[in-house]
Each structure stands twice: as C-alpha cells, then as structure tokens.
Design a protein around this ligand. Structure first.
Ligand SMILES: O=C(O)CCC(=O)C(=O)O
Length: 257
C-alpha cells in the first residue's frame, strides 16, 4: 500500500517515502495523486536525466526549450534541462512566480523536476493552487474571468510580444480529471488580457497573482537528493526560493506538453 500524505488542505502531497519509494511503474496512482493534489513529491527515486526523460513520456510529448541565456540542455537529451546553481550563479526561474512554458501552444502541462544535489538547507520551491484560488473568488469575478483570454509571451510584460513564442490561452480552464476550474495566468509571461489595455491588464494581473499566491493556497517543498517532484502547470504557480548562496544545487527538469 503506497502512502499518499497531503502537505496542505489545498495543494501538495508526498507519495511513498525515502525508505519505501513508490515504484514509478504505478503511473495511475501517481497520475491520480497529481490530479487530486496538483504537486506530488516522490522521495527516494534513483533516476538520472535519461530515466527522467523516459518516465515523463507518460505525461505527454516533450517540450523542447529553445536556446537562450541560462538554458542548459543535457548533452544528448534535448528535452531535459540542467538547472544548476553554483556560487554566484543565477537560479533558473528564480525571478518570480510562474508556470512553465505557458507561452507555447500546447502549453506546458506537467513538469518533472529531479534533485541530484541540493543545499543542506534552503533552495525550497513554493507552489500555489490556482484551483483553490479560483474557487475562492466571487461568482461575479469568476464569470468575468471565464470570458477572458490572456496573451502569454516568452519575453514577458513590458516588451513586444515574442515573434515565435507567444500564445493566447483561456484565463479559466477545467481540469480534465477532477473537473475543477482554475486560473491560468502568471505575471512572468502574460503581457495582457485580450481586448484590454496593458494598464487594465496589469492591475488585474497583480490582483490575481497576489490572490493565487497567498499562503492559504500554497505549499512549500523542501528538496532532498533523489527526490522527484511533479506539478501541473495548468493549475499551479511556482516560485524557486533563492536563499542558499555559495552552496551547489543541481536539478534536472523535463516538461510534458
Ligand atoms: O529550481 C526550482 O526550484 C524550480 C525551477 C523552476 O522554476 C523552473 O524550472 O521553472
């Protein structure tokens, strides 16, 4: 019997344990925990970039990140990114709340992040549920948001939309398994709501990010070597905490679209 232990009321669960890791062949159990909790922590997994790549095929086709400053692909595995923080280096994704590859269509669906080396303390990742956030809004606000689309662009707000990496997505989407609705916006990539001015969009986006990321809808994941974390990018935001100067941190990331 594999234990699934919720981390908070709204988001996050640990599946198995470091001494009794869940077999990764139990894909339906993992998929169901992910649908219920949006973020699942799988401790004690013996993986490498190649097995991470193969495992993530169960969740959808690979997202291949384009070349850019700070983007490091694992040699021979174009879908797997090496997220390395060395002393004085920047932390990938480290500048704010976001979801992965929302500027693509199809967008980033499930991310798998596997820890090889982590600081003794620090470098946690915080996640927030956009489903809990949506359900807490007034019906009038829910209805208004359900009629909106948002423009997501790789270069983010304040810059012209990226010529290739720009996509328009509905602001409210329904989870295909749980049937619950969640918000699909993030301030890193959304440049505006379709049909609204940038000023109108900014105010609404700032409200939504503050609303989604409140502690009541969030969980904080502490890393350990050998830990795999999966999250649903369609219904969560995440925030890498950059509080571990001068300690190495190496994770491998594979996104399914
Ligand atoms: O390093 C982390 O904690 C999260 C990584 C991240 O933000 C990303 O891959 O987009």
């Amino acid at each position: 019997m594999v234990e699934v232990t919720a981390l908070t009321a709204h988001i996050g669960a640990v599946v198995g344990s470091a001494v009794d890791p869940v077999p990764l062949s139990k894909i339906e159990l993992i998929r169901s925990a992910l649908a219920d909790h949006l973020v699942v922590v799988l401790p004690g997994q013996a993986m490498d970039p190649r097995s991470l790549d193969a495992f993530m095929d169960a969740f959808g086709p690979a997202h291949i990140h384009h070349e850019d400053q700070g983007v490091v692909h694992v040699a021979g595995l174009p879908a797997v990114l090496e997220l390395r923080k060395d002393p004085d280096g920047a932390l990938f994704g480290g500048s704010g709340w976001h979801a992965d590859a929302t500027f693509e269509d199809p967008c980033g669906k499930i991310t798998g992040l596997y820890a090889a080396t982590v600081p003794a303390v620090g470098g946690d990742t915080v996640f927030a549920s956009s489903i809990a956030a949506f359900e807490a809004l007034s019906p009038v606000m829910q209805q208004m948001l359900a009629g909106l689309n948002a423009v997501h662009s790789y270069d983010g707000p304040g810059r012209p939309d990226h010529r290739d990496l720009t996509a328009v997505h509905p602001v409210v989407r329904r989870h295909p398994i749980s049937g619950r609705q969640g918000l699909y916006v993030n301030n890193m990539f959304v440049t505006r709501f379709d049909g609204m001015t940038r000023e109108e969009s900014r105010t609404l986006l700032e409200f939504l990010e503050a609303h989604i990321t409140q502690p009541e809808f969030s969980c904080r994941v502490r890393w350990a070597p050998g830990q795999l974390v999966l999250w649903d990018n369609r219904f969560t935001l995440h925030y890498p905490v950059n509080d571990f100067d001068r300690q190495p941190r190496l994770l491998y990331r594979r996104v399914a679209v």
